[in-house]
Design a binder for this molecule. Structure first.
Ligand code: X8Z
Ligand code: ZN
Length: 612
Protein backbone atom coordinates (compact mmCIF):
# COMPACT_ATOMS: atom_id res chain seq x y z
CA UNK A 1 0.00 0.00 0.00
CA UNK A 2 1.01 3.56 -0.29
CA UNK A 3 0.50 6.25 2.18
CA UNK A 4 1.66 9.75 1.76
CA UNK A 5 2.12 10.65 5.35
CA UNK A 6 3.99 7.47 6.00
CA UNK A 7 6.17 8.06 3.06
CA UNK A 8 9.06 9.50 4.94
CA UNK A 9 10.81 6.29 4.00
CA UNK A 10 11.21 5.77 0.30
CA UNK A 11 10.63 9.03 -1.34
CA UNK A 12 10.05 7.79 -4.79
CA UNK A 13 8.19 4.71 -3.79
CA UNK A 14 6.08 6.65 -1.27
CA UNK A 15 5.39 3.45 0.44
CA UNK A 16 3.67 2.38 3.51
CA UNK A 17 3.59 2.63 7.16
CA UNK A 18 4.75 -0.55 8.68
CA UNK A 19 2.76 -3.65 8.95
CA UNK A 20 2.11 -4.24 12.56
CA UNK A 21 3.31 -7.39 14.13
CA UNK A 22 2.39 -9.10 17.36
CA UNK A 23 1.32 -6.05 19.30
CA UNK A 24 -0.94 -4.72 16.57
CA UNK A 25 -4.09 -4.79 18.62
CA UNK A 26 -2.62 -2.46 21.20
CA UNK A 27 -1.94 0.10 18.50
CA UNK A 28 -5.26 0.00 16.69
CA UNK A 29 -7.27 3.18 17.05
CA UNK A 30 -9.42 3.19 20.15
CA UNK A 31 -13.09 2.67 19.42
CA UNK A 32 -14.97 5.97 19.46
CA UNK A 33 -17.35 6.26 22.39
CA UNK A 34 -20.83 5.73 20.96
CA UNK A 35 -22.83 8.91 20.31
CA UNK A 36 -20.65 11.16 22.46
CA UNK A 37 -19.77 14.44 20.72
CA UNK A 38 -15.97 14.39 20.44
CA UNK A 39 -14.00 17.07 22.26
CA UNK A 40 -10.84 18.98 21.40
CA UNK A 41 -8.98 17.07 24.09
CA UNK A 42 -10.02 13.77 22.53
CA UNK A 43 -8.85 15.00 19.15
CA UNK A 44 -5.45 15.84 20.56
CA UNK A 45 -5.14 12.52 22.33
CA UNK A 46 -6.20 10.70 19.17
CA UNK A 47 -3.57 12.49 17.08
CA UNK A 48 -0.86 11.68 19.61
CA UNK A 49 -1.85 8.01 19.54
CA UNK A 50 -1.93 7.94 15.76
CA UNK A 51 1.49 9.55 15.45
CA UNK A 52 3.08 7.07 17.77
CA UNK A 53 1.55 4.04 16.12
CA UNK A 54 2.15 5.22 12.56
CA UNK A 55 5.78 6.07 13.27
CA UNK A 56 6.39 2.52 14.45
CA UNK A 57 4.56 0.99 11.52
CA UNK A 58 6.45 3.20 9.13
CA UNK A 59 9.78 1.85 10.30
CA UNK A 60 8.57 -1.74 10.11
CA UNK A 61 7.29 -1.35 6.56
CA UNK A 62 10.35 0.58 5.43
CA UNK A 63 12.63 -2.23 6.49
CA UNK A 64 10.48 -4.81 4.70
CA UNK A 65 10.37 -2.65 1.59
CA UNK A 66 14.10 -2.05 1.64
CA UNK A 67 14.80 -5.77 1.66
CA UNK A 68 12.25 -6.38 -1.09
CA UNK A 69 13.53 -3.47 -3.22
CA UNK A 70 17.10 -4.69 -2.98
CA UNK A 71 16.35 -8.41 -3.31
CA UNK A 72 13.17 -9.24 -5.22
CA UNK A 73 12.00 -12.80 -4.56
CA UNK A 74 8.60 -14.43 -4.07
CA UNK A 75 9.23 -14.34 -0.35
CA UNK A 76 10.25 -10.71 -0.03
CA UNK A 77 7.26 -9.80 -2.19
CA UNK A 78 5.01 -11.80 0.11
CA UNK A 79 6.41 -10.24 3.24
CA UNK A 80 6.25 -6.71 1.89
CA UNK A 81 2.73 -7.11 0.53
CA UNK A 82 1.62 -8.37 3.93
CA UNK A 83 3.26 -5.45 5.73
CA UNK A 84 1.77 -3.02 3.24
CA UNK A 85 -1.72 -4.50 3.55
CA UNK A 86 -1.62 -4.26 7.33
CA UNK A 87 -0.36 -0.73 7.19
CA UNK A 88 -3.08 0.24 4.73
CA UNK A 89 -5.70 -1.09 7.11
CA UNK A 90 -4.21 0.88 9.96
CA UNK A 91 -3.95 4.12 7.98
CA UNK A 92 -7.45 3.80 6.57
CA UNK A 93 -8.84 3.30 10.04
CA UNK A 94 -7.00 6.37 11.32
CA UNK A 95 -8.17 8.41 8.31
CA UNK A 96 -11.76 7.45 9.01
CA UNK A 97 -11.45 8.14 12.69
CA UNK A 98 -9.85 11.52 12.04
CA UNK A 99 -13.00 12.51 10.13
CA UNK A 100 -14.96 12.15 13.37
CA UNK A 101 -13.37 15.42 14.52
CA UNK A 102 -14.44 17.37 11.42
CA UNK A 103 -16.71 19.80 13.23
CA UNK A 104 -14.62 20.03 16.39
CA UNK A 105 -12.82 23.27 17.20
CA UNK A 106 -9.19 22.36 17.77
CA UNK A 107 -5.86 24.22 17.75
CA UNK A 108 -4.21 24.84 14.38
CA UNK A 109 -1.53 22.17 14.75
CA UNK A 110 -4.05 19.47 15.66
CA UNK A 111 -6.31 20.56 12.76
CA UNK A 112 -3.44 20.31 10.29
CA UNK A 113 -2.50 16.88 11.60
CA UNK A 114 -6.12 15.67 11.38
CA UNK A 115 -6.30 16.83 7.77
CA UNK A 116 -3.02 15.09 6.97
CA UNK A 117 -4.35 11.90 8.52
CA UNK A 118 -7.52 12.05 6.42
CA UNK A 119 -5.72 12.55 3.13
CA UNK A 120 -2.51 10.68 3.90
CA UNK A 121 -3.00 7.62 1.75
CA UNK A 122 -1.89 7.27 -1.85
CA UNK A 123 -3.76 4.09 -2.75
CA UNK A 124 -6.39 3.50 -0.04
CA UNK A 125 -8.06 0.10 0.11
CA UNK A 126 -11.73 -0.30 0.93
CA UNK A 127 -12.46 -1.39 4.48
CA UNK A 128 -13.92 -4.81 3.66
CA UNK A 129 -11.83 -7.76 4.85
CA UNK A 130 -9.19 -8.89 2.40
CA UNK A 131 -9.30 -5.78 0.19
CA UNK A 132 -6.01 -4.31 1.39
CA UNK A 133 -4.20 -7.64 0.88
CA UNK A 134 -5.66 -7.87 -2.61
CA UNK A 135 -4.48 -4.36 -3.40
CA UNK A 136 -1.00 -5.04 -2.00
CA UNK A 137 -0.70 -8.30 -3.96
CA UNK A 138 -1.64 -6.60 -7.22
CA UNK A 139 0.84 -3.81 -6.53
CA UNK A 140 3.60 -6.32 -5.82
CA UNK A 141 2.91 -8.09 -9.13
CA UNK A 142 3.03 -4.83 -11.08
CA UNK A 143 6.24 -3.74 -9.36
CA UNK A 144 7.91 -7.06 -10.02
CA UNK A 145 6.84 -7.15 -13.66
CA UNK A 146 8.33 -3.69 -14.13
CA UNK A 147 11.55 -4.11 -12.20
CA UNK A 148 12.43 -7.53 -13.58
CA UNK A 149 11.30 -6.84 -17.17
CA UNK A 150 13.77 -7.98 -19.83
CA UNK A 151 14.14 -7.41 -23.55
CA UNK A 152 16.19 -9.51 -25.94
CA UNK A 153 17.93 -7.56 -28.69
CA UNK A 154 20.24 -9.37 -31.13
CA UNK A 155 20.43 -12.29 -28.73
CA UNK A 156 21.41 -10.03 -25.83
CA UNK A 157 19.16 -9.85 -22.77
CA UNK A 158 18.74 -6.32 -21.49
CA UNK A 159 17.09 -4.86 -18.40
CA UNK A 160 15.74 -1.33 -18.32
CA UNK A 161 19.01 0.08 -17.02
CA UNK A 162 20.86 -1.43 -20.00
CA UNK A 163 18.24 -0.10 -22.42
CA UNK A 164 18.42 3.29 -20.79
CA UNK A 165 22.17 3.35 -21.25
CA UNK A 166 22.00 2.19 -24.87
CA UNK A 167 19.33 4.73 -25.80
CA UNK A 168 21.61 7.57 -24.74
CA UNK A 169 23.95 7.00 -27.63
CA UNK A 170 22.27 4.68 -30.17
CA UNK A 171 21.60 6.60 -33.38
CA UNK A 172 20.32 3.83 -35.69
CA UNK A 173 16.54 4.37 -35.88
CA UNK A 174 15.80 0.68 -36.44
CA UNK A 175 17.82 -0.36 -33.37
CA UNK A 176 16.27 2.42 -31.30
CA UNK A 177 12.81 1.29 -32.31
CA UNK A 178 13.56 -2.33 -31.42
CA UNK A 179 14.56 -1.31 -27.89
CA UNK A 180 11.57 0.96 -27.53
CA UNK A 181 9.13 -1.69 -28.80
CA UNK A 182 10.73 -4.33 -26.61
CA UNK A 183 10.37 -2.33 -23.43
CA UNK A 184 6.79 -1.30 -24.18
CA UNK A 185 5.90 -4.95 -24.75
CA UNK A 186 6.95 -5.63 -21.14
CA UNK A 187 4.05 -3.46 -19.98
CA UNK A 188 1.33 -5.23 -22.01
CA UNK A 189 0.46 -7.89 -19.43
CA UNK A 190 0.09 -5.27 -16.69
CA UNK A 191 -3.15 -3.84 -18.03
CA UNK A 192 -5.61 -6.17 -16.28
CA UNK A 193 -3.94 -5.75 -12.91
CA UNK A 194 -3.77 -2.01 -13.41
CA UNK A 195 -7.52 -1.81 -14.01
CA UNK A 196 -8.21 -3.88 -10.88
CA UNK A 197 -5.89 -1.74 -8.80
CA UNK A 198 -7.59 1.43 -10.00
CA UNK A 199 -11.04 0.10 -9.09
CA UNK A 200 -9.89 -0.93 -5.61
CA UNK A 201 -8.18 2.37 -4.82
CA UNK A 202 -11.24 4.25 -6.05
CA UNK A 203 -13.49 2.29 -3.71
CA UNK A 204 -11.09 3.06 -0.90
CA UNK A 205 -10.99 6.76 -1.77
CA UNK A 206 -14.78 6.99 -1.87
CA UNK A 207 -15.01 5.47 1.60
CA UNK A 208 -12.74 8.29 2.74
CA UNK A 209 -15.06 10.87 1.20
CA UNK A 210 -13.22 11.62 -2.04
CA UNK A 211 -15.01 11.26 -5.39
CA UNK A 212 -12.08 9.19 -6.71
CA UNK A 213 -8.34 8.63 -6.15
CA UNK A 214 -7.41 11.49 -8.50
CA UNK A 215 -9.36 13.92 -6.31
CA UNK A 216 -7.53 12.52 -3.28
CA UNK A 217 -4.17 13.16 -4.96
CA UNK A 218 -5.20 16.68 -5.92
CA UNK A 219 -6.16 17.42 -2.31
CA UNK A 220 -2.55 17.53 -1.06
CA UNK A 221 -1.68 21.12 -1.93
CA UNK A 222 -3.23 23.37 0.72
CA UNK A 223 -5.99 24.42 -1.67
CA UNK A 224 -9.24 22.88 -2.96
CA UNK A 225 -8.54 19.96 -5.36
CA UNK A 226 -10.22 21.69 -8.32
CA UNK A 227 -8.11 24.79 -7.81
CA UNK A 228 -5.01 22.63 -7.90
CA UNK A 229 -6.05 21.20 -11.27
CA UNK A 230 -6.44 24.75 -12.58
CA UNK A 231 -3.05 25.75 -11.14
CA UNK A 232 -1.32 23.08 -13.21
CA UNK A 233 -3.02 24.42 -16.35
CA UNK A 234 -2.02 27.99 -15.48
CA UNK A 235 1.62 26.95 -15.10
CA UNK A 236 1.59 25.00 -18.33
CA UNK A 237 0.22 28.04 -20.17
CA UNK A 238 3.20 30.04 -18.85
CA UNK A 239 5.75 27.65 -20.36
CA UNK A 240 3.97 26.16 -23.38
CA UNK A 241 5.16 28.72 -25.99
CA UNK A 242 8.76 28.11 -24.96
CA UNK A 243 8.29 24.32 -25.12
CA UNK A 244 6.82 24.64 -28.61
CA UNK A 245 9.85 26.65 -29.69
CA UNK A 246 12.19 23.97 -28.39
CA UNK A 247 10.12 21.22 -30.00
CA UNK A 248 10.22 23.01 -33.35
CA UNK A 249 13.99 23.43 -33.27
CA UNK A 250 14.67 19.84 -32.19
CA UNK A 251 12.29 18.42 -34.79
CA UNK A 252 14.12 20.33 -37.55
CA UNK A 253 17.52 18.99 -36.41
CA UNK A 254 16.17 15.43 -36.21
CA UNK A 255 14.81 15.87 -39.72
CA UNK A 256 18.23 17.14 -40.87
CA UNK A 257 19.85 14.05 -39.40
CA UNK A 258 17.39 11.28 -40.22
CA UNK A 259 15.46 12.59 -43.24
CA UNK A 260 11.73 12.74 -43.96
CA UNK A 261 11.19 8.99 -43.91
CA UNK A 262 12.23 8.76 -40.24
CA UNK A 263 11.37 12.23 -38.88
CA UNK A 264 9.22 14.51 -41.01
CA UNK A 265 9.84 18.26 -40.81
CA UNK A 266 6.23 18.85 -39.75
CA UNK A 267 3.93 17.27 -37.19
CA UNK A 268 4.89 15.39 -34.03
CA UNK A 269 8.32 14.03 -33.16
CA UNK A 270 8.88 10.26 -33.14
CA UNK A 271 8.95 9.50 -29.43
CA UNK A 272 11.83 7.02 -29.55
CA UNK A 273 14.33 9.39 -31.21
CA UNK A 274 14.89 11.68 -28.23
CA UNK A 275 17.50 9.67 -26.33
CA UNK A 276 15.17 8.55 -23.54
CA UNK A 277 12.60 5.75 -23.29
CA UNK A 278 9.76 8.14 -22.45
CA UNK A 279 10.99 11.22 -24.34
CA UNK A 280 10.98 12.90 -20.93
CA UNK A 281 14.52 14.32 -21.01
CA UNK A 282 16.29 14.97 -24.30
CA UNK A 283 19.78 15.99 -23.19
CA UNK A 284 21.28 12.81 -24.59
CA UNK A 285 20.71 13.97 -28.17
CA UNK A 286 22.58 17.21 -27.63
CA UNK A 287 25.10 16.05 -30.26
CA UNK A 288 22.31 16.03 -32.87
CA UNK A 289 20.89 19.44 -32.04
CA UNK A 290 24.02 21.38 -30.97
CA UNK A 291 24.30 24.84 -32.58
CA UNK A 292 26.57 24.79 -35.61
CA UNK A 293 27.77 28.38 -35.65
CA UNK A 294 30.41 29.55 -33.17
CA UNK A 295 32.15 27.65 -30.43
CA UNK A 296 30.01 25.20 -28.58
CA UNK A 297 30.38 23.45 -25.30
CA UNK A 298 34.00 22.47 -24.96
CA UNK A 299 33.36 19.51 -22.68
CA UNK A 300 31.11 16.49 -22.33
CA UNK A 301 30.43 15.80 -18.65
CA UNK A 302 30.09 12.04 -19.09
CA UNK A 303 33.52 11.92 -20.73
CA UNK A 304 35.02 14.15 -18.03
CA UNK A 305 33.66 11.88 -15.29
CA UNK A 306 35.09 8.80 -16.97
CA UNK A 307 38.44 10.44 -17.77
CA UNK A 308 38.79 11.63 -14.18
CA UNK A 309 38.33 8.10 -12.88
CA UNK A 310 34.99 8.68 -11.20
CA UNK A 311 33.23 5.61 -9.90
CA UNK A 312 29.67 5.50 -8.51
CA UNK A 313 30.78 6.00 -4.89
CA UNK A 314 32.89 8.98 -5.89
CA UNK A 315 29.88 10.47 -7.65
CA UNK A 316 27.84 10.20 -4.43
CA UNK A 317 30.72 11.60 -2.34
CA UNK A 318 30.95 14.52 -4.73
CA UNK A 319 27.22 15.10 -4.40
CA UNK A 320 27.50 15.06 -0.62
CA UNK A 321 30.31 17.61 -0.92
CA UNK A 322 27.96 20.17 -2.42
CA UNK A 323 25.57 19.87 0.51
CA UNK A 324 28.31 20.06 3.13
CA UNK A 325 29.66 23.18 1.38
CA UNK A 326 26.28 24.77 2.16
CA UNK A 327 26.72 23.92 5.82
CA UNK A 328 24.83 20.62 6.00
CA UNK A 329 26.47 17.93 8.16
CA UNK A 330 28.01 14.98 6.32
CA UNK A 331 25.88 11.88 5.83
CA UNK A 332 26.07 9.33 8.63
CA UNK A 333 28.38 6.30 8.34
CA UNK A 334 25.33 4.08 8.09
CA UNK A 335 24.44 5.81 4.82
CA UNK A 336 27.63 4.47 3.26
CA UNK A 337 27.26 1.03 4.80
CA UNK A 338 23.61 0.48 3.96
CA UNK A 339 22.91 2.28 0.69
CA UNK A 340 22.71 0.39 -2.59
CA UNK A 341 24.81 2.51 -4.91
CA UNK A 342 25.31 0.06 -7.78
CA UNK A 343 23.28 -2.83 -9.17
CA UNK A 344 24.12 -6.06 -7.34
CA UNK A 345 25.30 -8.77 -9.72
CA UNK A 346 23.27 -11.81 -8.85
CA UNK A 347 19.82 -10.76 -7.84
CA UNK A 348 16.83 -8.79 -9.03
CA UNK A 349 16.39 -5.31 -7.55
CA UNK A 350 14.30 -2.22 -8.16
CA UNK A 351 16.77 -0.12 -10.11
CA UNK A 352 14.65 3.02 -10.28
CA UNK A 353 16.49 5.51 -8.07
CA UNK A 354 15.03 6.37 -4.66
CA UNK A 355 16.00 7.88 -1.31
CA UNK A 356 14.99 6.40 2.02
CA UNK A 357 14.60 7.41 5.62
CA UNK A 358 14.20 4.07 7.28
CA UNK A 359 13.63 5.08 10.90
CA UNK A 360 12.42 8.68 10.47
CA UNK A 361 15.52 9.75 12.37
CA UNK A 362 18.91 9.18 10.82
CA UNK A 363 18.99 5.89 8.93
CA UNK A 364 19.20 7.58 5.53
CA UNK A 365 19.99 5.64 2.37
CA UNK A 366 19.84 5.83 -1.38
CA UNK A 367 19.09 2.98 -3.69
CA UNK A 368 20.43 3.38 -7.20
CA UNK A 369 22.01 1.39 -10.00
CA UNK A 370 24.44 4.23 -10.61
CA UNK A 371 26.49 4.43 -13.80
CA UNK A 372 29.23 6.92 -14.46
CA UNK A 373 27.50 9.42 -16.71
CA UNK A 374 26.14 12.97 -16.58
CA UNK A 375 22.54 11.85 -16.02
CA UNK A 376 23.40 9.87 -12.93
CA UNK A 377 25.69 12.66 -11.71
CA UNK A 378 22.56 14.81 -11.63
CA UNK A 379 20.38 12.04 -10.16
CA UNK A 380 22.81 11.57 -7.28
CA UNK A 381 22.28 15.23 -6.32
CA UNK A 382 18.53 14.71 -6.73
CA UNK A 383 18.39 11.71 -4.40
CA UNK A 384 20.64 13.28 -1.79
CA UNK A 385 18.26 16.24 -1.75
CA UNK A 386 15.60 13.89 -0.40
CA UNK A 387 17.96 12.63 2.29
CA UNK A 388 19.09 16.08 3.42
CA UNK A 389 15.45 17.22 3.51
CA UNK A 390 14.54 14.17 5.62
CA UNK A 391 17.29 14.93 8.05
CA UNK A 392 16.41 18.62 8.22
CA UNK A 393 12.85 17.87 9.36
CA UNK A 394 13.76 14.92 11.58
CA UNK A 395 12.86 16.89 14.73
CA UNK A 396 9.30 17.58 13.57
CA UNK A 397 6.45 15.48 14.93
CA UNK A 398 5.81 12.40 12.81
CA UNK A 399 2.94 13.80 10.77
CA UNK A 400 5.02 16.80 9.72
CA UNK A 401 8.03 14.69 8.67
CA UNK A 402 7.47 15.23 5.00
CA UNK A 403 8.04 17.79 2.29
CA UNK A 404 6.04 21.05 2.36
CA UNK A 405 4.39 19.21 -0.51
CA UNK A 406 5.66 16.37 -2.68
CA UNK A 407 6.87 18.82 -5.34
CA UNK A 408 9.18 20.41 -2.76
CA UNK A 409 10.65 17.02 -1.98
CA UNK A 410 11.54 16.50 -5.62
CA UNK A 411 12.83 20.04 -6.11
CA UNK A 412 15.45 20.21 -3.33
CA UNK A 413 18.06 17.99 -4.93
CA UNK A 414 17.34 19.33 -8.40
CA UNK A 415 18.06 22.85 -7.17
CA UNK A 416 21.41 21.66 -5.85
CA UNK A 417 22.01 19.69 -9.06
CA UNK A 418 21.43 22.83 -11.16
CA UNK A 419 24.27 24.51 -9.30
CA UNK A 420 26.42 21.41 -9.60
CA UNK A 421 26.12 21.40 -13.39
CA UNK A 422 27.49 24.92 -13.82
CA UNK A 423 30.94 25.06 -15.45
CA UNK A 424 32.16 27.27 -12.59
CA UNK A 425 31.49 24.51 -10.10
CA UNK A 426 32.79 21.73 -12.35
CA UNK A 427 36.05 23.64 -12.59
CA UNK A 428 36.17 24.21 -8.83
CA UNK A 429 36.07 20.46 -8.24
CA UNK A 430 38.55 19.78 -11.03
CA UNK A 431 36.22 18.04 -13.46
CA UNK A 432 36.94 20.54 -16.25
CA UNK A 433 40.03 22.67 -16.86
CA UNK A 434 38.53 25.88 -18.22
CA UNK A 435 35.21 27.60 -17.84
CA UNK A 436 33.88 28.20 -21.36
CA UNK A 437 33.26 31.84 -22.24
CA UNK A 438 30.09 33.74 -23.10
CA UNK A 439 29.95 32.01 -26.50
CA UNK A 440 28.88 28.86 -24.62
CA UNK A 441 25.82 30.41 -23.00
CA UNK A 442 23.39 29.31 -25.69
CA UNK A 443 24.85 25.79 -25.85
CA UNK A 444 24.75 25.54 -22.05
CA UNK A 445 21.16 26.73 -21.92
CA UNK A 446 20.16 24.44 -24.76
CA UNK A 447 21.67 21.43 -23.05
CA UNK A 448 19.78 22.22 -19.82
CA UNK A 449 16.52 22.95 -21.66
CA UNK A 450 16.69 19.63 -23.46
CA UNK A 451 16.43 17.96 -20.08
CA UNK A 452 14.37 20.39 -18.08
CA UNK A 453 12.05 22.16 -20.49
CA UNK A 454 11.37 19.04 -22.51
CA UNK A 455 10.33 17.45 -19.21
CA UNK A 456 7.47 19.88 -18.49
CA UNK A 457 4.70 18.47 -20.72
CA UNK A 458 5.63 14.95 -19.72
CA UNK A 459 5.62 15.89 -16.03
CA UNK A 460 2.13 17.26 -16.54
CA UNK A 461 0.54 14.55 -18.63
CA UNK A 462 1.31 11.41 -16.64
CA UNK A 463 -1.14 12.40 -13.91
CA UNK A 464 -3.52 14.09 -16.33
CA UNK A 465 -3.89 10.58 -17.69
CA UNK A 466 -4.27 9.03 -14.24
CA UNK A 467 -6.77 11.66 -13.15
CA UNK A 468 -8.91 10.68 -16.16
CA UNK A 469 -8.49 6.99 -15.42
CA UNK A 470 -9.41 7.37 -11.75
CA UNK A 471 -12.42 9.52 -12.58
CA UNK A 472 -13.70 6.84 -14.97
CA UNK A 473 -13.68 9.20 -17.95
CA UNK A 474 -11.07 6.89 -19.47
CA UNK A 475 -11.99 3.19 -19.31
CA UNK A 476 -9.55 0.26 -19.65
CA UNK A 477 -10.42 -0.11 -23.37
CA UNK A 478 -9.37 3.52 -23.85
CA UNK A 479 -6.20 3.45 -21.71
CA UNK A 480 -3.70 3.42 -24.54
CA UNK A 481 -5.50 5.76 -26.90
CA UNK A 482 -6.03 8.31 -24.13
CA UNK A 483 -2.35 8.03 -23.24
CA UNK A 484 -1.19 8.79 -26.77
CA UNK A 485 -3.78 11.53 -27.16
CA UNK A 486 -2.22 13.29 -24.17
CA UNK A 487 1.32 12.63 -25.36
CA UNK A 488 0.42 14.18 -28.69
CA UNK A 489 -1.43 17.11 -27.17
CA UNK A 490 1.22 18.11 -24.62
CA UNK A 491 4.54 16.66 -25.79
CA UNK A 492 3.85 16.66 -29.51
CA UNK A 493 5.25 13.13 -29.83
CA UNK A 494 3.96 10.03 -31.56
CA UNK A 495 4.87 6.33 -31.27
CA UNK A 496 7.28 5.01 -33.92
CA UNK A 497 4.51 2.81 -35.32
CA UNK A 498 0.86 2.12 -34.81
CA UNK A 499 0.46 0.57 -31.36
CA UNK A 500 -0.88 -2.99 -30.98
CA UNK A 501 -4.51 -3.19 -29.82
CA UNK A 502 -3.50 -4.81 -26.51
CA UNK A 503 -0.69 -2.38 -25.69
CA UNK A 504 -0.55 -0.74 -22.26
CA UNK A 505 2.13 1.88 -22.81
CA UNK A 506 1.58 3.88 -19.59
CA UNK A 507 2.73 0.76 -17.69
CA UNK A 508 6.15 1.12 -19.31
CA UNK A 509 6.82 3.98 -16.87
CA UNK A 510 7.93 3.18 -13.33
CA UNK A 511 5.60 5.57 -11.53
CA UNK A 512 2.51 4.18 -13.27
CA UNK A 513 3.40 0.57 -12.54
CA UNK A 514 4.38 1.55 -9.00
CA UNK A 515 1.44 3.92 -8.30
CA UNK A 516 3.72 6.81 -7.43
CA UNK A 517 2.06 10.16 -8.14
CA UNK A 518 3.83 12.19 -10.81
CA UNK A 519 2.55 15.79 -10.74
CA UNK A 520 5.21 16.36 -8.07
CA UNK A 521 7.90 16.35 -10.78
CA UNK A 522 6.06 18.94 -12.84
CA UNK A 523 5.83 21.16 -9.75
CA UNK A 524 9.46 20.46 -8.88
CA UNK A 525 10.56 21.52 -12.34
CA UNK A 526 9.13 24.96 -11.52
CA UNK A 527 9.97 25.25 -7.82
CA UNK A 528 13.63 24.48 -8.45
CA UNK A 529 13.95 27.56 -10.65
CA UNK A 530 12.21 29.66 -7.99
CA UNK A 531 14.66 28.33 -5.38
CA UNK A 532 17.59 28.94 -7.70
CA UNK A 533 16.56 32.48 -8.62
CA UNK A 534 16.10 33.32 -4.94
CA UNK A 535 19.40 31.72 -3.90
CA UNK A 536 21.32 33.58 -6.58
CA UNK A 537 19.72 36.87 -5.55
CA UNK A 538 20.67 36.19 -1.94
CA UNK A 539 24.21 35.46 -3.05
CA UNK A 540 24.31 38.83 -4.83
CA UNK A 541 24.87 37.23 -8.24
CA UNK A 542 24.47 39.58 -11.16
CA UNK A 543 25.83 37.65 -14.13
CA UNK A 544 23.71 35.49 -16.44
CA UNK A 545 21.44 33.44 -14.17
CA UNK A 546 22.47 30.08 -15.62
CA UNK A 547 26.11 30.68 -14.61
CA UNK A 548 25.32 31.15 -10.93
CA UNK A 549 26.48 28.58 -8.39
CA UNK A 550 26.00 28.97 -4.64
CA UNK A 551 28.61 26.30 -3.88
CA UNK A 552 30.21 27.06 -0.52
CA UNK A 553 27.71 29.79 0.38
CA UNK A 554 26.86 29.04 3.98
CA UNK A 555 24.44 31.96 4.34
CA UNK A 556 22.30 30.74 1.48
CA UNK A 557 22.66 27.26 2.95
CA UNK A 558 21.37 28.42 6.29
CA UNK A 559 18.28 30.03 4.78
CA UNK A 560 17.68 26.96 2.67
CA UNK A 561 17.97 24.73 5.72
CA UNK A 562 15.41 26.92 7.54
CA UNK A 563 12.86 26.11 4.83
CA UNK A 564 13.69 22.41 4.93
CA UNK A 565 13.40 22.20 8.71
CA UNK A 566 9.72 23.18 8.50
CA UNK A 567 8.89 19.87 6.85
CA UNK A 568 5.15 19.77 6.34
CA UNK A 569 4.32 21.74 9.48
CA UNK A 570 3.10 24.78 7.53
CA UNK A 571 1.15 25.25 4.30
CA UNK A 572 3.64 25.15 1.45
CA UNK A 573 3.28 28.83 0.47
CA UNK A 574 4.71 29.72 3.88
CA UNK A 575 7.65 27.40 3.41
CA UNK A 576 8.29 28.84 -0.04
CA UNK A 577 8.16 32.34 1.39
CA UNK A 578 10.76 31.68 4.06
CA UNK A 579 13.34 31.02 1.37
CA UNK A 580 12.22 32.91 -1.72
CA UNK A 581 9.91 35.67 -0.47
CA UNK A 582 7.35 34.31 -2.96
CA UNK A 583 4.21 32.45 -2.00
CA UNK A 584 2.98 31.18 -5.38
CA UNK A 585 4.17 28.73 -7.96
CA UNK A 586 5.61 30.91 -10.67
CA UNK A 587 6.97 29.63 -13.96
CA UNK A 588 8.47 33.05 -14.73
CA UNK A 589 11.56 31.79 -12.92
CA UNK A 590 12.05 29.20 -15.66
CA UNK A 591 11.23 31.50 -18.59
CA UNK A 592 13.61 34.14 -17.19
CA UNK A 593 16.41 31.62 -16.84
CA UNK A 594 16.06 30.58 -20.49
CA UNK A 595 15.16 33.96 -22.00
CA UNK A 596 18.28 34.21 -24.16
CA UNK A 597 17.74 30.68 -25.44
CA UNK A 598 14.10 31.30 -26.25
CA UNK A 599 15.06 34.39 -28.29
CA UNK A 600 17.73 32.38 -30.08
CA UNK A 601 15.32 29.53 -30.83
CA UNK A 602 12.81 31.99 -32.28
CA UNK A 603 15.51 33.13 -34.70
CA UNK A 604 16.52 29.60 -35.59
CA UNK A 605 12.92 28.56 -36.21
CA UNK A 606 12.26 31.23 -38.84
CA UNK A 607 10.68 29.55 -41.83
CA UNK A 608 9.67 26.40 -39.91
CA UNK A 609 6.01 25.46 -39.45
CA UNK A 610 6.15 25.16 -35.67
CA UNK A 611 3.55 23.20 -33.73
CA UNK A 612 2.11 19.83 -34.73
O1 X8Z B 1 11.71 9.26 -10.32
C1 X8Z B 1 12.52 10.17 -10.31
C2 X8Z B 1 13.68 10.16 -9.33
C3 X8Z B 1 13.35 9.46 -8.09
S1 X8Z B 1 12.39 10.37 -6.99
C4 X8Z B 1 14.85 9.45 -9.94
N1 X8Z B 1 12.44 11.17 -11.22
C5 X8Z B 1 11.39 11.22 -12.23
C6 X8Z B 1 11.57 10.12 -13.26
O2 X8Z B 1 12.61 9.48 -13.27
O3 X8Z B 1 10.67 9.93 -14.08
C7 X8Z B 1 13.32 12.34 -11.30
C8 X8Z B 1 12.90 13.06 -12.53
C9 X8Z B 1 11.52 12.57 -12.87
ZN1 ZN C 1 12.95 12.14 -6.27
Amino acid sequence: MKTKLLAASAVVAMLAAGGFAAHAAAKAPAKPAAHAAPTAAEAKAFVARAEEALAKESEYASRAQWVQNTYITDDTNWLTAKANAEATDLSVRYAKEAARFNGVKVDAVTRRKLELLKGGLVMPAPGRPGASQELADIQARLDTAYSTGKVTIDGKTMGLDDLDDALRTERDPAKIKAMWDGWHAVAKPMKGDYAKLTALANQGSRELGYPDTGALWRSWYDMPPDDFGRETDRLWAQVEPFYKNLHCYVRARLNDKYGDAVQPRKGPIRADLLGNMWAQEWGNIYDIVAPKAGAGLNYDLTKQLVDHGYDPVKMVKTGEGFYTSLGFSPLPDTFWKRSQITRPRDREVVCHASAWDIDNKQDLRIKMCTRVNADDFFTVHHELGHNFYQRAYADQPFLFKNGANDGFHEAIGDFVGMNALTPTYLKQIGLIDTVPGAEADIPLLLKRALDKVAFLPWGLLVDKWRWEVFSGRVTPEQYNKAWWDLRLKYQGVTPPDERPADAFDPGAKFHVADSTPYMRYFLADIYQYQFYRAACRQAGWNGPLNRCSVYGDKEVGQRFQAMLELGQSKPWPEALKTFTGEDRLDASAITEYYKALNDWLTQQNKGEACGW
